[in-house]
Design a protein around this ligand. Structure first.
Ligand code: AHR
Length: 483
């Protein structure tokens, strides 16, 4: 038996909805044939796939990162503006293809506006120049200059007011065009950031910290914050995980890696802020994260997700929420077709298993994150003993007097819990949202699109406690009211 105690007074931090962000890259069928499908009967007059948009709206992503990824490190933004037929097709070196540039800045902003999301643009500091970077800010956000007029001539008189700007992508990786040493990147970030902020002082800057988690990540962070502590708003980290060993319990044990990395990163930032007397906040952005281990460029990164992957997506969301005080942005990589929750073909789409936990958390998480007490059953993952079977996090909206308890049951069996409210009483009406299936390897497909999906079951609650049995290997969101 597991014991869970919810105390509305014990808060971990305020949730920033930007942790439900997404990421779209010019890669495989993410943009072309995914978001954007010129001439498709499913697309609108601008080529934006309306069925994709409708599915994405369910995910309520408040921010979308673009145009890459590795693609960003070879991208010239000027190639992607102006009359489409005059845009140059370019050799694309990150993914070894040809980029038509028919989708670019203006189309991306239009897509974000239709989705109701903030754009987050990543400038090229791989083979791109500082001038290109600052001019991109001016094209998007400027007024009264020739670049602003160019945007106007392209049909967009109002400044886009793009708030989030990343400088470079995965600059620590040898796979990156224009990889940077820690010293080089600290310098590049400082100079790019300074000039970009001169163009628009309101923008928020995201620094590329670590993606490979090589042993230079501390040095990278230290140089960055020593040299640009007054410019960095977010320190970006990336990770992708998978179940290469086909070992369910080790896969579920990845929660410890997420905790380890987030705790280390937030502790490091806090140490640097103390040491360097940096008063302004510096947050973490996990601006690429997901399960990705089966496919490569040959398969266009079209990963097919199963139920256990959905559990691991929920474990990552639990970790972001438990670190709500420092993780203020996270971007699911990616949003359509490429390692994505949505898969399209010319006549429609289906939703992968990982769509459902993301939708559940994004729709049901409330504004404050609770420090939930737990004691009970544990399991062993590889050589790690003592991991709690139920990985959980709670959220609360004090004004609306309602909250959510998110639980990943990492057992192959049903798991029972006694859930106690420490102050006050539960209101009568509650809901359980359950994502599960008899087979942990269950997948959705065009042929069978609803093998895994969310089931909604009403809950009758009263008093100070209730018992709940979590389905085997499942993700559950228990939505409750406070009387
Ligand atoms: O999301 C796919 C790729 O993964 C991105 O282009 C890159 O940043 C990361 O290595």
């Amino acid at each position: 038996m597991n014991l869970i105690k919810l105390d509305p007074a014990r808060k971990l931090g305020s949730l920033d909805r930007n942790v439900f962000g997404g990421f779209a890259e010019h890669l495989g069928r993410c943009i072309y044939g995914g978001i954007y499908d010129e001439g498709s009967p499913l697309a609108d007059e601008w080529g934006i796939r309306q069925d994709v948009l409708a599915a994405l709206r369910r995910l309520r992503m408040p921010v979308i990162r673009y145009p890459g990824g590795n693609f960003a490190s070879g991208y010239c933004w000027r190639d992607g503006i102006g009359p489409k037929d005059e845009r140059p097709a370019r050799a694309e070196l990150a993914w070894n293809t040809v980029e038509s540039n028919r989708f670019g800045t203006d189309e991306f902003i239009l897509f974000c506006r239709q989705l109701g999301a903030e754009p987050y643009l990543v400038v090229n500091c791989g083979d791109g120049s500082l001038r290109e970077a600052r001019e991109w800010v001016e094209y998007c956000n400027g007024e009264g200059t020739s670049l602003a007029r160019l945007r106007e001539r392209n049909g967009y008189p109002e400044p886009y007011r793009v708030k989030y700007w990343g400088i470079g992508n995965e600059v620590d990786g040898p796979w990156q065009i224009g990889m940077k040493t820690p010293q080089e990147y600290a310098r590049v970030f400082t100079e790019f950031g300074k000039a970009m902020k001169m163009v628009d002082p309101e923008i928020h800057l995201i620094a590329s910290w670590t993606s490979g988690w090589f042993d230079d990540w501390v040095e990278r962070g230290q140089l960055l914050l020593e040299q640009a502590g007054n410019l960095v708003d977010y320190m970006a980290i990336h990770w992708y995980v998978g179940n290469r060993e086909d070992d369910f319990f080790s896969y579920m044990g990845l929660s410890e890696l997420f905790e380890e990395r987030l705790s280390a990163a937030e502790g490091f930032i806090s140490a640097m802020r103390t040491c360097r007397k940096i008063k302004r906040p510096i947050y973490l952005a996990v601006d690429e994260w997901n399960v990705w281990y089966r496919t490569g460029i040959k398969e266009n990164l079209e990963e097919e997700y199963n139920l256990e992957d959905a559990l691991v997506v929920a474990l990552q969301l639990n970790a972001f929420l438990r670190h709500a005080d420092s993780v203020k942005m996270a971007n699911l990589a990616q949003i359509v077709n490429v390692i994505a929750p949505i898969v399209t073909r010319s006549d429609g789409l289906f939703l992968q298993t990982i769509f459902y936990p993301f939708e559940l958390y994004s729709q049901q998480a409330r504004a404050e994150v609770l420090d939930v007490y737990w004691e009970g059953e544990t399991f062993q993952a590889g050589d790690q003993p003592g991991l709690r079977v139920l990985d959980l996090v709670g959220t609360l909206d004090e004004k609306a007097r309602e909250g959510t308890l998110f639980v990943v049951n990492r057992s192959l069996k049903e798991t029972e819990a006694r859930i106690i409210l420490q102050e006050g009483e539960f209101g009568e009406e509650g809901q359980a949202y359950i994502i599960g299936a008899p087979n942990i390897k269950a997948k959705n497909s065009f042929a069978d699109p609803e093998v895994v999906k969310t089931k909604k079951v009403p809950l009758r609650l009263s008093g100070k406690e209730f018992f709940y049995t979590f389905a085997p290997h499942s993700v559950t969101g228990l939505v409750f009211k406070l009387r």
